[in-house]
Design a binder for this molecule. Structure first.
Ligand code: GDP
Ligand code: MG
Length: 677
């Protein structure tokens, strides 16, 4: 059995890309050349190694972040496959959280597309160093320098071009390596496994020299040694150059740019070299900060095996009926058979097995140490976003941010047998996916699923059927609303009841007032302890929060209000917490009704790509759906419309857009905020 590699030889990386840029194809090649899979699976054959869920194969997209370990030049690389579809940004977000470096894969034809821009910005937020791989250089319309420009302009990054493509479109057959000043040519007969370094052909020598000079010039801005050498015009050795690139990449100053055509088996080995050479190991990044669960004291978790354990569960999935937790270990070690402590639940858990995950097989390990990402079997209660630590050294790592579910559907089991299975299947899905919310509608007795988008829920329904043979009838998708009020409203409730032989008395007055959009809710008490003892004020507060969970209009959560306790009377012998909680809750409902309640709906930001010829129709259609156009940008024969639009108006939009643009328009959409339509 195995333990993890030396920490400095670990790379935890993710591949971020717009859908169809070639992320899966690149990953497949990486697995092939690192010797882990023995056959290159093609995406269009539906047999790629990473895309192993039936749903993914059918849709040709990657949904779950499967973690895959491979080895290159004494380095252990853990690849987390991040999804490209916006409905699953949550998956991207939580994988970015545990990565140390990322590769942005861009299609040389489409350049930097909106979803890769979204994910790139998320990666910026987490300060993840990045490398760019410009793919599909064999395709007609491939534009290497155009894509480099977009990396600079759209992503506000400083690209550092390390390679030049040789030949274009069908004639793309090699790259020039500007560090070694060589040409690299791949052998087609071995699927690119064999490649050769050659002298740069004469007719390309001038271009190569020019771009080598640009490379040095750009790097000199970020590195004093290179600056000195550059000014003195002395030769810079490859080693020194690589060290400077590594430093500037890790410090987020530059993004090294490489290129190739994954499908044609070109460019992958230098990309692997770049991962090991330029992206950080867990010891090259700042220690992660955690918090003592009781004292709140900040604890720095260093990437050392000998330090107390600090690990984050970033994903939970069900594997052959068992719960598999994906864990990033920041400090310390875990052992199979060992115990860990979950401070959020104040519970001990047992690690039954540690698994090193490959896309299609798993390897058991005895110990996993700091810096690694492994699968763990045996955790019963712990879930996504929670910390595992040592009970004697408790620490809480920062939670992963989740997005709001904005779409819901009602589901009903088809048969009695389905009824029995449905609840347990849904409970499993909820354990895996914190953005899926399941509740029972008390009026209709239906089960309501809420999620991040139509596709998210469609995939859940289809997995219920395929993986668990559970058949359900599905209602129409509905938008998930919020409720709030227009003006302040007040109410007084006197509660005086005998329940099970005891009198319960309370009197409270509350005022509910609107707050600006996005403020959240606030509770304020104007009553001092000598008028109403703190114990009962706390009971009032409890009632207020409970009441805000479902509004008076349609039972959606209430947002952006301040509730003030303005008056309370107190009778020592008759006061009970129950009475104050109930009366506060009732007073809230009445105050809300007095404040002109209304619904807030999810507003989305949409980016729509439209060929020039159809722009008028598409804008007209958007306006009729209540969309607000924020900007229109021109891009390579197409227009990109940025708009905000109420989600409720966007059902069926993709079909509509396709038919209005002869199938050429595309769009992506993301939740922005709740607002009045
Ligand atoms: P993903 O959605 O980012 O995972 O992209 P895929 O890897 O699924 O690739 C999308 C499509 O582009 C597939 O049909 C691939 O075969 C194709 N593709 C990927 N890389 C290349 C390339 O280098 N050249 C060409 N011509 N096609 C490619
Ligand atoms: Mg894919």
């Amino acid at each position: 059995m195995k333990t993890t590699a030396k920490i400095a030889n670990i790379r935890n990386i993710g591949i971020i890309a717009h859908i169809d840029a070639g992320k899966t194809t690149v990953t497949e090649r990486i697995l092939y050349y690192t010797g882990r899979s023995h056959k290159i699976g093609e995406v269009h054959d539906g047999e790629a190694v990473m895309d192993w869920m039936p749903d993914e194969q059918e849709r040709g997209i990657t949904i779950t972040s499967a973690v895959t370990t491979c080895h290159w030049q004494h380095t252990e690389i853990h690849i987390i496959d991040t999804p490209g579809h916006v409905d699953f940004t949550i998956e991207v977000e939580r994988s970015l959280r545990v990565l140390d470096g990322a590769i942005g894969v861009f299609s040389a034809v489409e350049g930097v597309e909106p979803q890769s821009e979204t994910v790139w910005r998320q990666a910026d937020k987490y300060k993840v160093p990045k490398i760019a791989f410009i793919n599909k250089l064999d395709r007609i319309g491939a534009d290497f320098f155009g894509t480099v420009r977009m990396i600079r302009e759209r992503l506000k990054a400083q690209p550092l071009v390390l390679q030049l493509p040789v030949g274009s479109e069908d004639n793309f057959n090699a790259v020039i390596d500007l560090i070694h000043m060589k040409q690299i040519v791949w052998d087609d007969d071995t699927l690119g496994a064999i490649f050769e370094e050659q002298e740069i052909p004469g007719h390309l020598a001038a271009d190569a020299a020019e771009y080598r000079d640009k490379l040095l010039e750009t790097l000199a801005e970020h590195d004093d040694d290179i600056m000195e050498a550059y000014l003195a015009e002395t030769t810079v050795e490859s080693d020194a150059l690589r060290a400077a690139i590594r430093k500037a990449t890790i410090n987020l100053k530059i993004v090294p740019v490489l290129c190739g055509a994954a499908l044609k088996n070109k460019g992958i080995q230098p990309l692997l070299d770049a991962i090991t050479r330029f992206l950080p190991s867990p010891v090259d990044i700042p220690p992660i900060a955690g918090m003592h669960p009781e004292t709140g004291e900040v604890i720095q978790c260093h990437p050392k095996d000998s330090d107390p354990l600090a690990a984050l569960i970033f994903k939970v999935s069900m594997m052959e009926g068992r719960k598999l937790s994906y864990v990033r270990i920041y400090s310390g070690q875990i052992r199979s058979g060992g115990e860990v402590f979950n401070p959020a639940r104040n519970e001990k858990e047992k690690i039954a097995r540690i698994l090193n995950m490959h896309a299609n097989r798993r390897e058991r390990m005895n110990i996993a140490g700091a810096g690694s990402i492994v699968g763990v079997v045996g955790l019963k209660r712990s879930s996504t976003g929670e910390t595992l630590c040592n009970q004697n050294h408790p620490v809480l790592l920062e939670k992963i941010e989740f997005y709001e579910p904005v779409i819901s559907i009602a589901v009903e089991p088809k048969t009695h047998a389905d009824q029995e299975k449905m609840d347990s299947v849904l409970a499993k899905f909820m354990a895996e996916d914190p953005t899926l919310i399941v509740r029972k509608d008390e009026d209709t007795a239906q089960t309501i699923l809420s999620g991040m988008g139509e596709l998210h829920l469609e995939i859940i329904i289809s997995r219920m059927l395929r993986e668990f043979n559970t058949n359900v009838n599905v209602g129409k998708p509905q938008v998930v609303y919020r409720e709030t009020i227009e003006k302040p409203g007040s109410a007084t409730i006197i509660f005086d009841k005998e329940i099970a032989g005891q009198r319960h008395f309370a009197e409270v007055s509350v005022t509910m007032a609107p707050l600006p959009r996005g403020s959240g809710n606030k509770f304020v008490s104007e009553i001092s302890n000598d008028i109403l003892p703190d114990l009962y004020t706390a009971a009032v507060e409890k009632g207020v929060w409970e009441s805000l969970e479902s509004g008076s209009q349609m039972g959606y959560p209430v947002v952006d209000v301040e509730v003030r306790l303005t008056h309370a009377s107190y009778k020592e012998s008759l006061a009970t917490e129950l009475a104050y909680t109930v009366s506060a809750s009732m007073a809230c409902k009445d105050a809300m009704n007095a404040g002109n309640p209304f619904l807030l709906e999810p507003i989305m930001t949409a980016e729509i790509f439209v060929p020039e010829a159809f722009i008028g129709d598409v804008i007209g259609e958007l306006n009729s759906r209540g969309g607000k156009i924020e900007s229109i940008e021109h891009k390579a024969g197409a227009q990109v419309i940025n708009a905000t639009v109420p989600l409720s108006q966007m059902f069926g939009y993709s079909t509509n857009l396709r038919s209005a643009t002869q199938g050429r328009g595309t769009f992506s959409m993301q939740f922005s905020h709740f607002d009045r339509n």
